[in-house]
Design a protein around this ligand. Structure first.
Ligand SMILES: Cc1cc2nc3c(=O)[nH]c(=O)nc-3n(C[C@H](O)[C@H](O)[C@H](O)COP(=O)(O)O)c2cc1C
Ligand code: SF4
Length: 600
């Protein structure tokens, strides 16, 4: 009989082997270890600590940071309902209640027989086909009551996931409008050949002349980033593709990875050629785990096509390969320096900046971190040429943008537009009617009301990472903001006090108002909190956490005021009331036992 520790060695040994016994791969090792045990077994922690020469605290510190990792046993089937506002609008709360009742499980707990645990997770990136859930990491979309019932039966019968109806796991692309990117006719290797013909030294120049700006949100000029990285001193240079896509309402990177993977890898390889990198990483959010095998397959095919590996396309010294790292359910890991920490197998806590990743990134070496779409756009810009590329869009926003449309409209999905498209035009194309508000660029972006629907998507006016959530006139914008505030409080990494405490206070204030106990004073406090968060948060999460409330307060103040206990209420302490118990205990209720009325 194999002892427990023998069992751990038998199973964990090969995992460690695959990851080169490197502490930098701790997150990947833990993810794989969990796949076997269903959670990270205490003996596994000991074993990994001994083999990787890491203290238990380091391993547990990492395991407790990521919401998909568990140190306690979870259900054999782990069900997570996606909890974005668009899932809620499609009935996810009732579906989760139904499953909890059907299966006799409390949310957040494991069933007594250890069969099942049910909980929520932040946005799963399936807003165009919600309500969605993850079962043992696999996404199931377009949930209905009947489907939830069937899932309950499959779980009760302990049916292995591979034997579930395959149509449960279909994730559609929902591409509704194509432009130069989604309509491209590029074959694998085309952009690389063009780049090689241009000359390695000229790639950055073309990207700069094309005026390509990052598509991950901040809009940093890509050519400038690549140039700074190329010129930075280091023993190695790295390319990192940010496929964390955690902003609620954004799912365009999912579609690019699923249907344009070659273009993503081509853009990364171009970047490697431009900055002189030999190794790249794709940081794939845990929610997109289902794409892993497919992406590995594409990478392998590219190796066989000599588009990765040694002497790519016969160019001596052009060596580059890409590895995929899985995230584990932490929104903050989309922030580039937190992502790098996570790539290094640590907790995803944003670094102090400067120094920036272009000089001190992965393993303190020069690193270009770009969004999935940015790499695709870079490959397109090289192929089209700078002038043709720049001719699309607006003067400050060159090219096209993928928009992830969700919410109250009959045609949710991916829309590609030249930058400069108006909000009204997008609403028209997706068939939205009676629209009350649009949340542009997710909870950390802006909420705009009808009077602003002629505003344009682009860096001049409304910058966006891609999310476009539509709310019609049946929606309560207070509840929308409350959902977003809960998201930020849950996703704050906890490193700095203003954000850790501030996002919790904000959540508590919104819950208080929702319960009908809020006052006008609380609205003032939110503005005060915003000031604190804006001025003293360590990273962008804290700085934008109050946005949903401030924007909805600006446009939809009655949604808040209707819930307040009293508009005129001034907070005070009722000392006489507080003394009632003392009076009762002493048996006194005469005038002398009461506070004297003022002026008496
Ligand atoms: C809290 C937070 C979350 C972020 N999440 C993402 C993300 O999921 N994907 C992404 O590309 N960029 C994200 N970013 C922006 C990245 O830090 C970084 O700017 C981006 O990856 C750079 O790529 P780009 O220049 O191609 O846009 C996030 C930033 C913050 C502050
Ligand atoms: S602002 Fe929030 S998310 Fe960012 S480092 Fe501070 S605690 Fe973490």
């Amino acid at each position: 009989m194999v002892s427990d520790s023998g069992l751990h060695a038998t199973y964990l040994g090969p995992i460690l082997e695959r990851h080169g016994h490197a502490a930098a791969n701790l997150l990947q090792i833990l993810c794989e270890a969990q796949e076997y045990y269903g959670y990270i077994h205490p003996d596994a922690v000991d074993y990994l600590g001994a083999m990787l020469h890491l203290p238990r605290s380091r391993i547990e510190g990492v395991a407790t940071f990521y919401s998909f990792l568990h140190l306690q046993p979870q259900g054999e089937y782990r069900v997570l309902f996606s909890d974005n506002i668009t899932d809620r609008m499609l009935g996810s709360t009732a579906l989760m209640q139904q499953m909890c009742q059907q299966m006799w499980v409390e949310p957040g707990k494991v069933s007594e027989d250890g069969l099942l645990s049910i909980n929520t997770t932040s946005c799963s990136g399936m807003c165009d086909q919600g309500p969605a859930m993850l079962v043992n990491g696999r996404a199931i979309t377009r949930l209905t009551h009947q489907c939830v019932q069937e899932i309950g039966m499959l779980i009760r019968n302990r049916t292995p996931l591979v034997d579930w109806p395959s149509d449960f796991f279909v994730v559609d692309d929902n591409i509704r409008r194509r432009g130069p990117l989604l309509d491209n006719k590029l074959e694998p290797g085309d952009s690389l050949r063009t780049a090689l013909a241009l000359g390695t030294q000229n790639i950055v120049g073309v990207i700069q002349q094309s005026c390509l700006r990052g598509r991950g949100g901040a809009g940093f000029p890509t050519g400038l980033k690549w140039e700074s990285c190329r010129n930075a001193q280091g023993s190695e240079h790295y390319v990192v593709c940010n496929a964390d896509e955690g902003e609620p309402g954004t799912f365009k990177d999912r579609v690019l990875l699923a249907s344009y993977a070659d273009l993503v890898f081509e853009g990364m390889t171009l970047c490697a050629l431009a900055i002189g990198a030999t190794q790249g990483y794709l940081y794939l959010r845990g929610e997109y785990r289902y794409l892993l095998e497919f992406l590995q397959f594409v990478l392998q095919r590219r190796r066989e096509q000599n588009l990765l590996g040694k002497n790519i396309l016969g160019q001596a010294g052009f060596d580059f390969d890409i590895a995929i790292h899985l995230g584990a359910g932490a929104y903050i890991c989309g922030e580039e320096s937190a992502l790098i920490e996570s790539l290094e197998g640590k907790r995803g806590i944003p670094r102090n900046r400067p120094p920036f990743p272009v000089t001190h990134g992965f393993l303190q070496q020069p690193t270009a971190v770009d969004n999935v779409e940015t790499f695709c756009q870079a490959a397109l810009a090289i192929q089209m040429g700078a002038d043709n590329y720049r001719a699309i869009g607006t003067p400050k926003s060159a090219g096209s943008k993928l928009i992830s449309v969700s919410g109250d409209c009959p045609r949710p999905g991916i829309y590609e537009y030249p930058f400069g498209v108006s909000v009204r035009e997008v609403l028209h194309d997706c068939g939205a009617v009676n629209t009350r508000a649009v949340q542009v660029s997710g909870p950390s972006g802006v909420c705009i009301a009808e009077a602003e629907f002629d505003r344009r998507l682009g860096f001049e006016d409304l910058p966006t990472a891609g999310a476009f959530m539509v709310f019609d006139d049946s929606r309560d914008l207070f509840e929308v903001a409350r959902n977003f505030v809960h998201f930020f409080a849950h996703e704050s990494c906890g490193f700095c006090t203003p954000c850790r405490v501030g996002t919790s206070m904000l959540k508590a204030t919104m819950d208080k108002i929702a319960a009908g106990l809020g006052t006008r004073y609380d609205l003032g406090e939110i503005e005060h909190l915003d000031h604190v968060l804006q001025t003293s948060s360590h990273c962008g999460l804290g700085r934008t956490a109050c946005n949903p409330v401030l924007h909805t307060l600006k446009h939809f103040r009655p949604a808040y005021e209707n819930r307040l206990k009293s508009l005129e209420f001034k907070p005070a302490f009722d000392l006489d009331g507080a003394l009632a118990r003392a009076r009762q205990m002493t048996g006194r209720d005469d005038a002398g036992a009461h506070l004297k009325p003022e002026g008496a």
